[in-house]
Design a protein around this ligand. Structure first.
Ligand code: ILE
Length: 452
């Protein structure tokens, strides 16, 4: 392990807002806009949404704080942060497995995340060319099928997306991230509000969409639905993959970790809920099914853009902004392995980015092919895309999260936690109870209930 320490002011983000934006940039992405509506649709709406929000509060927020504490207290990449903490405590290096697991998970997630982000770029481009104008929802649906059946088109857009991610990341934290996010994230938020206005006033189905999301029937809560809600809570907050641990290393010492965690979780959840309130009314208005799967966002929204005046331009802007939200998330997924490789091999950041990003791109091709040429190739009954998505959501993220919680709650020195969290003792004890007991026990119960 090299002794390089990125605490110098050069490497800490230079304002309070920049860290919040970067952390929110990591959290807000395809998970909110693409995945939340489609998973909520598949698991029947209300009860799933309720469980998801419960997991955000009980597991997500405490864990977000724990990951950030680990990163900031050591000011190193996740793996070296864990190594430092375990060696200071004189305990088994087996705990460092948390960081290995996080690096593996963030890598695997990025391999399919980039493919879906490629879909958004493809849609932005096609909308700009006016391709969808006047198409019926059925025609828009078969266009989507055409995209996933085409290995070459998906490979092209996956390559464009990874290329941009590598380029921006290689330029370094300051230059790459700060300026853009301050403008893009609020713009995306405004556009989502505008589109929610469309769903509210132009579809005639807003209340039906609303009821789908918020009326809950507990009989819908199968073990699998609860597990999916938990996986989604981890995914959407970028937890269990060491992304926020890596970012924590750059967080200024005077930023409040609890306040940041609450802000990020609130913004992230708000974006997901708004996305659902945009998508479901459109789905109903166009006679589609909420359970349509990964194409839900693309087919429903594009059908709306196809029929509204100026829809091509609005749609183009929308998908570009979603692509940018995905970019700021993708950058955070590269960071755990990247930070470690630069420390370990004294490699330049740019070279390490190209190396890791290139590997992600290559493995990502398996996801592209799983939709078409390799659709018959099954491992554990799943094609690559489903295998990677399920393995991360249902197992790796919760496992990484639970181990992180156990480490932070039971193993780390209390003085470090107290110093980093700066909360009053009542709040601190609530956090400690959540992180020591509620997080690990819930993960365990959900895994057991889903497997039995
Ligand atoms: N949290 C982000 C999202 O919801 C990414 C998940 C990093 C992998 O899109």
């Amino acid at each position: 392990m090299s002794g390089k320490n990125p605490t110098t002011s050069k490497n800490t983000w230079n304002s309070r807002w920049t860290f919040i934006l970067a952390a929110a940039g990591s959290a807000i992405g395809l998970g909110n806009i693409w995945k939340f509506p489609y998973i909520a649709g598949q698991y029947g709406g209300g009860a799933f949404v309720l469980m998801y929000m419960l997991f955000i509060v009980l597991i997500g927020v405490p864990l977000l704080m724990a990951e950030t504490v680990i990163g900031r207290s050591a000011r190193l990449s996740p793996l070296n942060a864990m190594r430092k903490l375990t060696s200071d405590l004189g305990i088994s290096p087996a705990w460092n497995g948390i960081a290995w697991l996080g690096m593996l998970t963030s890598f695997v997630v990025l391999t399919f995340y980039s493919v879906i982000a490629g879909w958004t770029l493809s849609y932005a481009f096609e909308l700009l060319t006016g391709h969808f104008v006047g198409m019926s929802p059925a025609e828009v649906g078969s266009e989507f099928d055409g995209l996933v059946m085409s290995a070459s088109r998906q490979t092209f857009w996956h390559t464009v997306f990874m290329g941009i991610t590598i380029f921006v990341t290689a330029r370094g934290i300051h230059k790459g991230l700060e300026k853009g996010l301050q403008v893009m994230m609020p713009t995306l938020f405004l556009l989502l509000i505008v589109m929610m206005g469309y769903s509210m006033f132009a579809t005639g189905e807003f209340m039906r969409g609303f009821h789908f999301m918020f009326d809950f029937n507990l009989s819908n809560l199968t073990g699998k639905a609860v597990m999916a809600a938990m996986g989604q809570a981890f995914f959407t907050l970028s937890l269990g993959m060491c992304a926020l641990m890596a970012y924590g290393a750059y967080m200024p010492a005077n930023n409040s970790i609890p306040r940041t965690a609450l802000n990020v979780a609130f913004l992230d959840t708000l974006m997901a809920i708004i996305s659902g309130l945009i998508v479901f009314p459109i789905v109903y208005a166009h006679g589609m099914e909420p359970s349509a799967g990964p194409g839900l966002l693309f087919v429903s929204l594009t059908s709306a853009f196809a029929s509204m005046s100026g829809g091509s331009v609005v749609g183009f802007i929308f998908f570009v902004l979603v692509g940018i939200a995905a970019l700021s998330s993708a950058i955070s997924l590269l960071e755990p392995s990247l930070a470690w490789v630069t420390e370990r091999f004294s490699m330049s950041r740019a070279a390490a980015t190209v190396l890791i990003g290139g590997l992600v791109w290559f493995v990502g091709l398996a996801n592209v092919l799983s939709f078409n040429h390799w659709s018959e190739v099954k491992i554990l009954g799943r094609g690559f895309f489903d295998l990677f998505a399920d393995a991360t959501d249902l197992i790796l993220l919760p496992l990484g999260g639970a181990l992180t919680a156990i480490f932070a709650g039971w193993v780390m020195k209390r003085s470090i936690l107290v110093n980093e969290l700066t909360m009053d003792s009542g709040m601190f004890n609530i956090w400690l109870a959540l992180i020591r007991i509620v997080v690990p026990v819930s993960v365990l119960l959900v895994l057991i209930s889903a497997l039995t």
